[in-house]
Design a protein around this ligand. Structure first.
Ligand code: ADP
Length: 496
């Protein structure tokens, strides 16, 4: 069957440029855009967070005070839309008490206490928005636990709703570590019947509710963000308890690598950089390094030395403990290290503690700072990504494009995108280590430092990386093929 174009309702709780805490936001912004460019009718629905509101977007009210179910009540919400013409429509769910907070999901003490209410409300409101604007989707594509409830809602309370009667569901796991777990006593909040949904084949997970599991079991296809991670999450080591349910559905589990938004991440036109550069003319990279050393107050001599960088959420997943363990031995070799991170205060304190011993050689900025992230990825020689596990990882892909050599743990998307440098063939674009321990990590850094001292080989590694192409065009095409195969698989639900 030929599908000229599909109608896709894209439900992701964050999307660049409106709101972002990590890679999810990058995907939420880039993938719908690419799908729209492939001629698809895609609509994105987001909560109207404080950070989004503060951007001063020009929004128009589409619907005022529509009743959204939450537990035994119905609460009003406004649905807004960007006024100006955009590549695809973006709808915002406005409800001040739920979304206009300092952060998206959590404060420094931990997750917001009412996240189940917040994202249940978002899920219902997103479906009702589609209905309100008369958008009858062929596909609903949900992402992570925040919209994981939607597939259950569509198969349950909304099953007889003509807007969703023929819809197919795709669910993407961006990180299996975030499972949207809530006490079973709160099931009534969701509007789902206990008998139909709260059981081991449903969204019950060790006697609790898991919204991630809801997404996995009630969708027609489950994807994750790299082929290797798709395999890993079916094993006890990486599945975090979801491996059984994923193995059961393994024919429907796909790995599609995230793309990079090369409009924002391209050293030849990056507006955040003090100097731009490309593979044919690398001079600007040296200027970026010099400016970074100056900006972060490192010793001037660091311009001549290898400069290592980290841009990461500060979270146990990201392997900052390994970084802390290798700081002494690597800085002893008179190299520089810059870290940009936000998140756990505990990790922040640990990094801050070692700082005074390495004045002039180490810089640490505790912030979420997009422009600085660009300047670091351009200005350092190597990017360290020692994640315990990494579903896809974007920073190593940015690094490759910027001629910054990644040193990564051989896991998930890091393993799929970084190719170990082989000096005999002058092939490969980075360095990988395994197992996950600081000895192996240190060996990989030392190996990279060894090649750094050979200018010619180092340049070859940089250029190999700069040639890699992880553009969204390819990934979006794979999603589109998947959508089509899912729509075709369910003839009863075929579109006209
Ligand atoms: P994750 O989604 O697990 O955080 P990814 O590597 O997939 O990891 O994506 C991280 C994204 O967030 C990248 O775009 C990276 O540049 C950005 N990022 C992470 N930490 C910071 C920070 N402190 N400041 C600015 N950008 C950051």
């Amino acid at each position: 069957m030929k599908h000229v174009h599909l109608k896709i309702l894209f439900l992701c709780s964050e999307a660049v440029p409106f709101a972002k805490t990590g890679g999810l936001g990058d995907v939420g912004g880039s993938l719908p855009l690419r799908l729209a460019k492939l001629g698809q009718d895609v609509r994105l629905v987001l909560p109207l967070y404080r950070v989004t509101k503060e951007q001063g977007l020009s929004l128009v009210l589409l619907a005022e005070n529509i009743g959204v179910p939450l537990g035994y009540e119905e609460l009003p919400a406004n649905i807004l839309k960007i006024k100006s013409k955009s590549d695809f429509p973006v709808y915002f769910v406005q409800r001040e008490d739920l979304y206009e907070r300092p952060n998206l999901y959590a404060n420094e003490q931990g997750d917001y206490y009412d996240n189940l209410e917040r994202f249940t409300f978002y899920s219902h409101a997103a479906l009702l928005s589609a209905q309100f604007v008369g958008f009858k989707p062929d596909i609903i594509h949900c992402h992570d636990w925040q919209s994981g409830l939607v597939p259950a809602l569509v198969r349950g309370p909304y099953a007889k709703n003509p807007t969703f009667g023929t819809v197919s569901l795709v669910f993407t796991i961006h990180n299996i570590g975030y499972q949207g777990i809530f006490p079973k006593e709160k099931l009534y909040i969701t509007g789902l019947s206990e008998k139909e949904f709260f059981h081991p084949e449903g969204l019950e997970y060790w006697d609790k509710i898991s919204l991630l599991k809801s997404g996995i079991v009630y969708s027609d296809a489950v994807t994750t963000v790299s082929p290797r991670y798709a395999r890993e999450i079916q094993s006890p080591e990486y599945g975090m308890g979801m491996e059984g349910i994923l193995r059961k559905r393994k024919e429907r589990v796909y790995g599609i690598l995230n793309g990079v938004d090369y409009d924002s991440w391209d050293p030849s036109k990056d507006r955040y950089l003090p100097a731009t550069y490309c593979a044919e003319d690398l001079a600007g990279k040296g200027r970026c390094k010099e400016a970074l050393v100056l900006e972060l107050g490192l010793l001037r001599s660091m311009v001549e030395r290898p400069l290592l960088g980290v841009v990461s959420r500060l979270d146990a997943q990201k392997g900052l403990d390994l970084i802390l363990k290798v700081i002494e031995p690597i800085l002893e070799q008179n190299v520089g290290l810059v870290i940009l991170g936000s998140g756990s205060k505990q990790i922040k304190d640990k990094i801050t503690e070692v700082m005074p011993r390495h004045a002039g050689r180490m810089a640490f900025k505790y912030a979420f700072d997009e422009p600085l992230a660009h300047r670091i990825i351009a200005g350092v020689d190597m990017l360290l990504v020692p994640s315990r596990y990494e579903p896809c990882g974007l920073t190593q892909m940015y690094a490759l494009k910027y001629g910054t050599v990644p040193v990564v743990h051989a896991t998930g998307g890091l393993d799929d995108t970084v190719v170990e440098f082989d000096p005999s063939k002058v092939e490969g674009n980075g360095f990988k280590f395994s197992p996950f321990d600081h000895g192996a990590f240190l060996d990989a850094i030392k190996k990279a430092l060894h090649f750094f001292s050979n200018r010619e080989l180092w340049r070859a590694i940089m250029l190999n990386g700069m040639q890699a192409d992880f553009s969204w065009a390819r990934s979006a095409k794979q999603y589109l093929d998947l959508y089509r195969s899912v729509v075709d698989r369910f003839p009863g639900r075929k579109i006209q």
